[in-house]
Design a protein around this ligand. Structure first.
Ligand code: ATP
Length: 364
C-alpha cells in the first residue's frame, strides 16, 4: 500500500469551482473519509485522485510518484462505486478474475488472489453463482473483491454502501472496517453519512463548497469542531447554537440570549477577548444540556417551554423554546414531561463551544 497526497488541488467546471486548493496527505494504511453535504466536491476530489477527472491546478502523488498526468490505468489504484456494476453473465469467480485476465496475470496467480479475496470477504461458497443469485450485500462484497484482487496501492470508494438497506449497511460497515484492518489498506472513502465517517474513518475531512473545513480524528471533529458548519454537520440532533451579546462584568462575562442572561467565568477571557464584535455564538450539544426545574437558578441555565417531545425508546429528544430560539435536549428515557411544561436548561460548563459571530470559527 502507499500514501496519497493532494497538493493545492483545484477543479473548475466553467465558472463553477467544484474543489478549491485542497491539500491532503492520506497516510499509508489510513482510512480517510471525505465527508460533506451533496455538491461539496467529494466525488470530484476522488475522481481527480483516480485520474477520471482532469485537475485544473495542483498535483496528486501516489507514494512518491507524481501521477497528475497519468491515465487511470497506470495509477495502480482500485475504485469501488455506489453502482457496483457486475457482469451479469459471469460467475462471482469470473467477475473477480476478469480484470486480472485483461492484465495477463498468469492463471495460478489469478486463482490464488481470487481465493484469498473470497476468503477475506466470506465469498468462498458463492464463487460459482451469478450476480442475480446474490443479495445486495453479497454483490457489494464481490465488487470489493474485484478491487482487492488487483492488490492496488490504494482503494478509492465513493458511497459504496448507499444502495444497501439500513441493516445491511451497518453490517457491511463493520465488514469494511475489519477489512481495512486486515488488509492494512490505504482507503480514501467518500460519504455524506456522518455515522459512516465517524465509525470507519481514521481521520475525517469535512468539506463545504469545495473547501476543506477541518481534517481531524472522528473524536476531534466531534469534540473540537473548527467552525459552526462542522459543529452542526456532525452530531444528531445537531449542536445547539445560540447567539448572544457579550459584556465584561467585574466578576464574569455576561451573555444576553433573548431576554435571559448566561454567565461565563473570567477564565473565558482568552477566548471572548478575541471576538470580532461584542457578540458570540455559543454552542452546546443536546447531550450536554439537562432539563431541570424552571425555578433552579444557575450561571448557565436558560428557561423555556417544551414545544415537542420525540420518544426514541432509549431516550427522548426534547425541543424547548427559549423566546425565538429553539434548544434541543437529549434526555434519558425515564424522564417525564409534557409539551407546554416550563423547564430550566442547564448547560454543562465543560462542554460549551464558542464561535466568532463574523467568521463563525471556533474560539475554543
Ligand atoms: P454528491 O454527494 O451529491 O455526489 P459531491 O460532494 O460528491 O456531491 P461533486 O459531485 O464533487 O459533489 O460536485 C461538486 C460541484 O461540482 C457541484 O456543484 C456539481 O454540480 C459540480 N460538478 C460536478 N461535476 C460536474 C461537471 N461534469 N460539470 C459541471 N459541474 C460539475
Amino acid at each position: 500500500m502507499a500514501s496519497v497526497s493532494l497538493k493545492h488541488v483545484s477543479k473548475r467546471f466553467g465558472s463553477v469551482t467544484a474543489v478549491q486548493d485542497v491539500n491532503l496527505d492520506i497516510q499509508d494504511q489510513e482510512f480517510l473519509v471525505l465527508l460533506g453535504p451533496s455538491g461539496c466536491g467529494k466525488t470530484t476530489t476522488l475522481r481527480m485522485v483516480a485520474g477520471l477527472e482532469e485537475i485544473s491546478d495542483g498535483a496528486v502523488y501516489i507514494g512518491d510518484r507524481d501521477v497528475t498526468q497519468l491515465p487511470p490505468k497506470d495509477r495502480d489504484i482500485a475504485m469501488v462505486f455506489q453502482n457496483y456494476a457486475l457482469y451479469p453473465h459471469m460467475t462471482v469467480y469470473e467477475n473477480m478474475a476478469f480484470g486480472l485476465k485483461l492484465h495477463k496475470v498468469p492463471k495460478p496467480e489469478i486463482d490464488r488472489r481470487v481465493k484469498e479475496a473470497a476468503a477475506i470477504l466470506g465469498l468462498e461458497n458463492l464463487l460459482t453463482r451469478r450476480p442475480k443469485e446474490l443479495s445486495g450485500g453479497q454483490r457489494q462484497r464481490v465488487a470489493l473483491g474485484r478491487a482487492i484482487v488487483r492488490e492496488p496501492k490504494a482503494f478509492l470508494m465513493d458511497e459504496p454502501l448507499s444502495n444497501l438497506d439500513a441493516k445491511l449497511r451497518t453490517q457491511t460497515r463493520v465488514e469494511l472496517k475489519r477489512l481495512h484492518q486486515r488488509l492494512g489498506a490505504t482507503i480514501l472513502y467518500v460519504t455524506h453519512d456522518q455515522t459512516e465517517a465517524m465509525t470507519m474513518g481514521t481521520r475525517i475531512v469535512v468539506m463545504r463548497d469545495g473547501v476543506v473545513q477541518q481534517v481531524d480524528t472522528p473524536e476531534g471533529i466531534y469534540q473540537r469542531p473548527a467552525n459552526t458548519f462542522v459543529a452542526t454537520f456532525v452530531g444528531t440532533p445537531a449542536m445547539n447554537l445560540v447567539r448572544g451579546s457579550v459584556r465584561r462584568e467585574p466578576a464574569h462575562w455576561q451573555v444576553s440570549v433573548e431576554d435571559q442572561i448566561l454567565r461565563l467565568p473570567v477564565a473565558w477571557s482568552s477566548r471572548l477577548e478575541r471576538l470580532s464584535a461584542p457578540e458570540v455564538i455559543l454552542g452546546v450539544r443536546p447531550e450536554d444540556v439537562s432539563l431541570v426545574a424552571e425555578t433552579e437558578s444557575g450561571d448557565l441555565t436558560l428557561r423555556g417551554a417544551i414545544r415537542l417531545i420525540e420518544p426514541m425508546g432509549h431516550e427522548h429528544i426534547v425541543y424547548v423554546d427559549v423566546g425565538r430560539t429553539s434548544v434541543v435536549v437529549r434526555t434519558p428515557h425515564h424522564w417525564r414531561g409534557q409539551v407546554g411544561d416550563r423547564v430550566g436548561l442547564k448547560w454543562d460548563p465543560d462542554h460549551i463551544h464558542a464561535f466568532d459571530p463574523t467568521s463563525e470559527k471556533s474560539l475554543n
